[in-house]
Design a protein around this ligand. Structure first.
Ligand code: SF4
Length: 117
């Protein structure tokens, strides 16, 4: 299998070529070791971050932006979105406040990205 990925670990955005043959993985195009680590994770256990918004309790037309504080396995994104969609945070809410701890046992928390008084 041959794959091309863009490394997202820094703004340079190296284009990585990944060749997977049997049990071995050959990675080229990376300017540093982080690129190799990124490619291995992306091929074997891809992870993603997630940002969305939820309605604020008692303020029907106001939304609160929220995000995960750590990337999670890609196949958990839709179940996590489903959990977050039930969230109705009650003000006052502080920026960085944990709204759901360790969502679906992923080790990631759902946090508020702004303050609402
Ligand atoms: S391989 Fe290194 S230099 Fe290139 S984008 Fe990734 S982190 Fe940046």
């Amino acid at each position: 299998m041959i794959d091309t990925l863009t490394c997202i670990m820094c703004p340079i955005g190296c284009e990585l070529q990944v060749i997977v043959l049997d049990e071995k993985m050959e990675i080229t195009g990376n300017k540093c070791e982080k690129g190799k680590e990124f490619a291995v994770e992306e091929i074997l256990h891809p992870k993603r971050n997630l940002a969305t918004s939820v309605p604020i309790q008692g303020c029907e037309h106001r939304m609160l932006s929220v995000r995960l504080d750590q990337r999670v396995p890609r196949d958990q994104i839709f179940p996590i979105l489903n959990e977050i969609s039930r969230l109705r945070p009650v003000p006052p809410i502080l920026r960085g406040q944990v709204l759901i701890e360790n969502i679906l046992n992923t080790g990631s928390n759902v946090i508020a990205t702004r303050t609402v008084k």
